[in-house]
Design a protein around this ligand. Sequence first.
Ligand code: ATP
Ligand code: MG
Length: 351
Amino acid sequence: MTGKEKEKEEEMTIPQIEEIEEEKETEYDPEPEPEPVEGSEQDIEELPGIGPKTAEKLKEAGYGALMNIATASASEIAAVADVGEGTASKAIMAARGALHMGYETGLQALENRKKILKLTTGSKELDKLLGGGLETCSITECYGAFGSAKTQIAHQLAVNAQLPIDEGGLNGAVLYIDTEHTFRPERIMEMCNAKGLDHKKILANIHVGRAYNSDHQILLADKAKDIMKEKNIKLVIVDSLMSHFRADYIGRGSLAGRQQKLNQHLHVLQKLADTYNALVYITNQVMSKPDMLFGDPTAAVGGHVLHHAATFRIYLRKSKGDTRICKLVDSPNLPDGETVLRITPDGVIDR
Ligand code: ATP
Ligand code: MG
């Protein structure tokens, strides 16, 4: 049995568990100036109950900015700073107050949306479908069968994210959590050559973490906040999100535990997106639903936890030759729709 066939067989056996869930020349800036994170100018020492020593502990643990504290839970802060939960809660409330994190009017929300950046996928048609490209401050999930180009798009985004903003990039670096060991620097080189970019500069700004199991994957995401600002990370890729979770939690009994861990992991990713105005791109596997009589019997794995966490969901299907059908399945403000793109040696392009 070949690898792909085995994979296919696995896809067919795990569904039962899943169902129970019910639930050109480009100007390139090699070392872009890091954007200040909101609230980082104010020192966390000014928070009530946080003295210089506690502040030091917090900074060492990656909670050096007000935003890190404002978005943390009391138990999290209590554990890293070695203070009581009461003190931690007061500090969190004060940080939220300083950052004006209460209610906002629709007008303010509209103003806040202006900071959102859009990243080009390489295909103008897909960008159009996405309302201008993939958005920062959100999680985009891309799912599809093997060979549907989820990883190819991840590579393309890792290149595109480094382009200047007026060229559809994010002018930032990339964090790549690779769980299937499919990150290929050679592929990045190929894509850079097509765009006339210096592949050494591009590769130097892609920070790859190989995850060996789901706990390691969670740890890599937790540690990301330590380098997000320093390295000016604007794109976080997790390829693929579920493979380790599916392998590590087998059987019905472990499903609740898996979903709980997955939920926390997704919250950490969403927080990275919000705090650093970054884009999170996750890829996901599919399963077949044997009970489906009509329509496409393919569905993404991960259950409701994942489906609710992703702001945009793209479903990829193989089509003739190097073409792929992309379907926008779920978006808060855009109509669902479909488009076709091509995966070529140069990367992702329009048909
Ligand atoms: P999996 O679920 O197995 O991870 P995937 O959706 O991530 O699958 P990819 O690895 O992104 O799939 O896509 C692989 C496909 O991309 C290949 O089958 C091939 O068609 C295309 N491809 C890969 N490398 C190149 C290249 N250098 N030039 C052109 N096409 C390529
Ligand atoms: Mg892949």
